[in-house]
Design a protein around this ligand. Structure first.
Ligand code: MET
Ligand SMILES: [Zn+2]
Length: 335
């Protein structure tokens, strides 16, 4: 029998006081720090040209209180790197680099606070490292297409369960063996891709736990129109999936989605909504009309906890300030 992968997350949640904080948007925060991500690789472009910027944003999120960092591999695929002229070996190395950069940020953060606590006073209480997990991001096939189809879930008839498994298989294997603590399957737009991930996890020797995060644009179904309870039930049956929930979805939908998810899962529930703005894939920009301020966003946090969420963070257009505000709302203090 394999190791109990769910224990990794349950122990971590216990050490985090019952509710852990996920980081905020990575790609949009890289852009806020000056990166030009108008590219099919999106945030993964920085793995090639500016990994130090990714490390900085990871560190900003740790300073803000995040307990979990999600790597810059959301739109990093072997196929995507190859179409830029990289070899298979180089492409696989870039995938691994997304995890290395996040691990470096965690090390820098730990060192900083270990040394400051040692220097402060001879009677200082030994510094207790807060546990920090690195979650290797796996964006959907629609994210690789870079045409916004992770927000429609419409892949066309040519895309089958088998083609999705073929597309994701090697990347999943590489990231599972990269030193990451978890695999974060993000922005899953339809049931077919959920099934493909679950089968890949079951059929391969994947030794780290995974979470499945779906996105919704109506507060009822996943973006393709497939039923949330059906998608969650697929994840529920997969022993390697240790948490399920929602990402990159407006905060106003989260309460209703949590109520429907709760009914069909026994696993910890995670949510990391976006800022409430909408992405226009044709214009390639976020439409700012219905965005929520950090205060509005955070005013939901305690309610989401009562609704059963125990991993909470932010997705696109949320920032270290959002995470700092979530941390305060949860009564966290200091590092
Ligand atoms: C479109 S959702 C993007 C998720 C990814 N983890 C990011 O924050 O960049
Ligand atoms: Zn997002």
């Amino acid at each position: 029998m394999g190791a109990d992968l769910s224990a990794v997350l349950r122990d971590f949640l216990r050490e985090s006081g019952g509710c852990a904080i996920i980081d905020g948007g990575l790609a949009t925060e890289l852009e806020a720090n000056g990166a030009d991500l108008n590219d099919p690789l999106w945030s993964a472009k920085c793995l090639i040209a500016s990994p130090e910027l990714i490390r900085k944003v990871h560190l900003d999120y740790l300073e803000a209180g995040a307990d979990i960092l999600i790597t810059a591999s959301y739109q990093a695929t072997i196929q995507g790197f190859q179409s830029k002229g990289f070899s298979i070996e180089q492409s696989e190395a870039l995938l691994r680099k997304s995890v290395t950069v996040a691990c470096e940020a965690r090390e820098i953060f730990y060192k900083k606070y270990t040394s400051s606590s040692c220097n402060s006073s001879s009677t200082a209480v030994p510094f207790k490292k807060r546990p920090i997990l690195i979650a290797a991001s796996i964006g959907s096939y629609g994210a690789y297409l870079a045409d916004g189809s992770e927000y429609s879930g419409e892949y066309g008839d040519a895309i089958t369960l088998k083609s999705l498994k073929d597309f994701h298989g090697r990347r999943v294997q590489i990231l599972a063996e990269s030193g990451a603590d978890l695999l974060a399957f993000e922005t899953i737009p339809n049931k077919l891709e959920c099934q493909a991930y679950a089968e890949l996890l079951e059929e391969n020797d994947i030794r780290i736990p995974a979470w499945f995060a779906f996105n919704s644009k109506d507060g009822i179904n996943v973006v393709s129109g497939d039923s949330i309870p059906e998608c969650i039930s697929i994840a529920e049956q997969c022993t390697k999936v240790v948490a399920v929930g929602i990402n990159c979805t407006p905060p106003r939908f989260i309460h209703g989605l949590l109520l429907s998810i709760q009914k069909v899962t026994t696993k910890p529930i995670l949510i990391y909504p976006n800022s409430g703005e909408t992405y226009d894939p044709d214009a390639k920009e976020w439409v700012e009309t219905s965005g929520e301020s950090d205060e509005d966003f955070v005013s939901h946090v305690m309610k989401w906890c009562e609704d059963g969420a125990c991993l909470i963070g932010g997705c696109c257009r949320t920032t270290p300030n959002t995470i700092r505000a979530i941390s305060r709302a949860l009564g966290r203090h200091g590092v």
